[in-house]
Design a protein around this ligand. Sequence first.
Ligand SMILES: Cc1ncc(COP(=O)(O)O)c(C=O)c1O
Length: 435
Amino acid sequence: MNNKSLSEIQKKAENFITGGMSSSFRANFYNGLPMYAKKAKGARFTDCTGKEFIDFFMCNGSVILGHNRDEIKSALHDVIEKGFYAGFDDWTTISLAQKICESVPAAEQIRFVNSGTEGTLLALRLARGHTDRDIVIRIDGHYHGCQDYLFANNLVSKIDQNNDGSKRSKTIGRTSGVPEAIDSLVVTIPWNNFEILEKVLLEEEGKVAGIIMNVIDYNNGVFLTTSEYLNFTKEQAKKYGIVLIFDEVLSGFKTGISCGQGHYGVIPDLCIIGKALSNNVPLGVVAGKKEVMKNIMDPIDPVVAGGTFSGNQFGVAAGNASLKILKQKDFYKNFLTRADEFYENIKSIFDHRGLPAVVQHLGAGFHIFLGTDEPIKKYVDLNRVDRELTKNFFNICIENGLYFHTDFTISEAHDEITLNEALEKIETAVKKIKY
Ligand SMILES: Cc1ncc(COP(=O)(O)O)c(C=O)c1O
C-alpha cells in the first residue's frame, strides 16, 4: 500500500466499505480525503503512504494522553493476559466507576456504555422514563452523536439561519431514514438565550422530559456559555421537574478532572462522558443523580439499559489507567499552561504577518478562524470568517504534516519540541497563502 496515494487507497476501500470509510465523518473537512493511518505514537501518526503528521485531530478529541501511551498499552495487555471475558463485570469495573464518581460532580452513580452516541440515547431514555414525558429540548447546532432524536440541527452548518433567537428553530438536516414524527418529540432552541428557553418551557409545561446541551461546544470551534445561563437552565429544569443533561462526551476532561460542569460550577442531573475518559479506547458513561439513575433498576428495568459489550474490559482498563494519570497533582496545570502558550504563539505568528485571525481556545481544545480579528462568540459571527482562506491555510498545513480535521485538540504528548515544530510549520503555511 505504501506507494499508493490516499485517494487511491480510498478507491480500493470503496470496493468493500461504503464510501471507503467506516464513519462518514472521516473525510477530511478541508481536503475531502479520509485518512488511512498505519501507526501512531505520542502526538504523531504515520499515514498509509508513510507520511508523518503532528496530530491535532487526536481522534475527535479522544486522545488526551497521546497515542499509544505506555500506561494504557500495559493496561490493555493486562486484559489480554487475565483472559478477556466479555459479559461480566469485575473489580476493575467497580474501581473505574468509583473513580468517576469521585471525579465528576454529577456522578452519584454511573452506567457504562460503549460510545458517546449510546450514552446520549440512554440519557434521553432515562429522562423520559424518569418524568414519564416525551419531549426533549436541545440546542440548535449542538452535536450529540449519530442518533435519530438529535441528528437534525447537530452542527453549525445545520442551524436555522433565520432564527434571530426569539423563536424555536426549524428542523434542518434530519437525514433521510429518520422519520418526520421525531420532530414532534424534539424542540430545538438557540443557545445562551434565556427568554426563548423560558418561553418554550411555559408553552410545553408538563410535556418536557429533558434538556440536553453541550457545556462547551468544541464541535463547532470552541463556543462558550456562561455559569449564569447554565444556572438559569438548571433552575428552570428544577421548577418544571425536567432532567438537565450535559453532554460532556467531547468536553469531558479537557479543562480539568471535573469536566466542563466543574469548570462552570453547575452540576446537571445527568451527564455523558466518553472519548478522553479512556484515551480513545471505546467506552462511554452515563452518570448522574441516584434519583434519576435508579430508574434503570427500580424495581426491575423500568428504563432498560444493557448491552453485550457494556463495560467492555478494554475500555474499562484504559479508563482506569487514564484517570490515574489525569488525577495526578499538577497534571492539568502543566499540560494546559503549555497549551495556552501554544495558542498565544499561534496568534503572534498571525499578528506578526498581518493576517487577521482568531485563535479560540479553552483547555485542551482550540480552533483557528481566518479573515477576522474580532472574537467569534456566536455562530452568526462565523459569517465574518474567510472560508476560502481558511481552507487554503489548512490544506497547506496538512501538506506540511500538521493534521487538522473538524475539532482541534492538544494532548499531553504535545511537548514543547512538537509544539515548536508545529509553530514553524504554521508560519510556513502563513507565508505561503495569499491574503
Ligand atoms: C459532544 C459529542 N457528543 C456525542 C458524541 C458521540 O460520540 P461517539 O462518536 O463516541 O458515538 C460526540 C462525538 O464526536 C460528541 O462530540
